[in-house]
Design a protein around this ligand. Structure first.
Ligand SMILES: Cc1cc2nc3c(=O)[nH]c(=O)nc-3n(C[C@H](O)[C@H](O)[C@H](O)COP(=O)(O)OP(=O)(O)OC[C@H]3O[C@@H](n4cnc5c(N)ncnc54)[C@H](O)[C@@H]3O)c2cc1C
Length: 375
């Protein structure tokens, strides 16, 4: 269990008050929004039930260029130039056109937090009435409310497993070293989904993700760890949304898993949480700078997120198709896909869903209509 540093007892004073922007959730999505608001002079408050970086929620794998583009290489642990895919009928080694890296979660969160000037408080959010957010430390009112609370989408129309479009993932973190980023598409571990082993310096992140929320992954996570002769220790897991949802609802901005921004098939949700967090933060920056109205920011951010829908739908179609392919055929198909041309093309398109250049690109200019409305 991670050490709980969250304020308790007498330290847990009331935090009622008014702010310009209230960001609920201080993981990838929330921290990315806050970062874009740095230097605006707006009063930005972030709340999370845990201290920043306290509770790791993933295997922490990301395209290396995203770490570089956001100035987060200080949290880097290990880089991989290829993906090793195991099936019961053979192993394919795919030489990637770009590299993937693992990072340290507390370090990355702390680096991101340093790039923002938002205030932070630990508080558990329980709900919302209009622009007032209820927490266990009091009510907070804000001009703008952001839900970066993860898959529950607590400030909008939430989700309830196991009937919602959610995957589930669980992993263990044994100490040890490894060279390869490996995945297993093998029904011994999960009928629909995959197992993984991501080395991260002095530890391995070994886990199983199931696209079917009813399939319990605990036993097979242990089995995969034991097959790899590693100890199944230091567990962490969560639900993972696999369907894009509307990114604005009732005046609230939803970012990251709360908007279903995690990619289906691969369950890669960190770079997309950063990507959409930056997009949301840029729209909010225009609001606090007086260049746009909240209504136009909601419309623009909502449209931006929705413009990615066909890509998310294509990934979801692949997520549904892969488990239906007979294992022998899948092994043959993977062998065929190893060609440089195919890997470059497919992984190039995959990266382009949320490209790293977005992090360093100049913010989009506000629409003329928004500028007129703000005048
Ligand atoms: C086992 C596993 C492995 C994964 N591995 C990868 C990977 O290697 N690469 C990748 O790209 N993606 C991975 N993912 C997916 C990825 O973790 C998510 O898509 C990503 O964390 C989404 O970021 P987020 O900021 O939207 O939400 P989260 O990271 O879930 O953050 C939500 C934040 O809100 C806080 N919060 C929640 N409820 C409350 C409340 N009521 N009050 C106050 N605070 C609250 C939480 O404490 C948390 O800090 C993995 C997921 C799982 C389950």
């Amino acid at each position: 269990m991670p050490k709980r540093r969250t304020k308790r007892g007498a330290d847990r004073t009331s935090i009622t008050g008014d702010v310009d922007v209230l960001i609920c959730g201080a993981s990838f999505a929330g921290l990315a929004v806050a970062r874009e608001l740095a230097g605006t002079g707006a009063r930005v408050l972030m709340v999370d039930r845990y201290e920043i970086g306290e509770r790791q929620t993933s295997a922490c794998g990301i395209p290396t260029e995203w770490l570089r583009a956001m100035g987060l290489m200080g949290s880097h642990r290990q880089t991989f130039g290829r993906l090793v895919v195991h099936t019961p009928y053979g192993t394919a080694r795919l030489e990637l056109p770009w590299t993937f890296s693992t990072f340290d979660y507390p370090e990355l969160c702390s680096l991101l937090a340093e790039q923002s000037d938002a205030e932070f408080e630990t508080a558990k959010v329980s709900g919302r009435s209009g622009n007032t957010v209820h927490t266990d430390r009091g009510d907070l009112t804000a001009r703008v409310v952001v839900d970066a609370l993860g898959w529950r989408r607590l400030l909008g129309s939430g989700y309830q497993p196991p009937d919602a479009p959610l995957s589930r993932g669980l992993e263990v973190h044994p100490w040890g070293a490894g060279e390869e980023m490996e995945i297993w598409i093998d029904r011994r571990y999960v009928p629909a989904g995959y197992g993984w082993s991501f080395p991260a310096g002095d530890e391995l992140r070994i886990g199983v993700g199931s696209f079917d929320p009813r399939f319990h992954v605990k036993d097979t996570t242990v089995q995969l760890a034991e097959d790899l002769k590693r100890e199944p220790v230091r567990y962490q897991g969560n639900w993972i949304p696999h369907r894009l949802r509307v990114a604005t609802e009732d005046g609230v901005f939803f970012v990251g898993d709360s908007a279903g921004h995690c990619l289906p098939l691969t369950a890669e949700g960190i770079r997309t949480a950063l990507y959409f967090g930056i997009a949301c933060g840029r729209e909010l920056r225009a609001v606090v700078d007086g260049q746009a109205t909240i209504a136009s920011a909601l419309a623009r951010y909502g449209d931006f997120s929705a413009s990615h829908e066909w890509k998310f739908r294509a990934m979801l179609a692949a997520q549904r198709a892969v488990p239906r392919v007979p294992p022998r055929v899948l092994a043959g198909a993977l062998r065929g896909m190893r060609t440089k041309g195919f890997v470059d093309w497919s992984f190039g398109h995959y990266l382009a869903i949320a490209p790293p250049e977005f992090a360093t690109a100049a913010p989009r200019a506000p629409r003329r209509a928004a500028l007129r409305a703000a005048a």
